[in-house]
Design a binder for this molecule. Sequence first.
Ligand code: FEO
Length: 171
Amino acid sequence: MKGVGDYMKISNKMFEALVKQVSHEADASQLYLAMASWCESSGYSGAAKFFYSRSEEEREHMIKVIRYINKIGAHATIPDVKQPPVNYDSFEAVFQLAYENEKDVTASVNKTVNLSKDEKDHFTFNFLQWLVDEQLEEEQMFESILTKIKLIGLDGRGIYILDKEISEMDN
Ligand code: FEO
């Protein structure tokens, strides 16, 4: 009798890379949730709204990868989630860490895309293109926020303006 995985249209190596991607998306979602909670309890309501929304979006990415794995005949296993930091040094430190996290995720996506090319796995190569676009968008977004933080500064007025502006980036 055929079992789950017998109809798998990708290699085991590709399967493992995709499951790792699920893990990255889950960790990102959890990290942004922790950041949202820290921002909210620190009085940065705009940044909190922004990170709650980012957390949801990363969860959507995770589910999209899970459903792709299942669609191509495998069984997406659900990994453990990494415990994110509870406290952050500052408003700026939160965004710096989020940016570093996105760069790590991009590196992982690029590795998976390269593997799909090496294996001539066109299904997976095509599937991953939305994620490549997403990563570029997200890296640019965090980069632009960090630039603004540097330009405007984080004195009382600066942080008020930035928090408000970041809240509007949520949509
Ligand atoms: Fe979906 Fe920003 O990683």
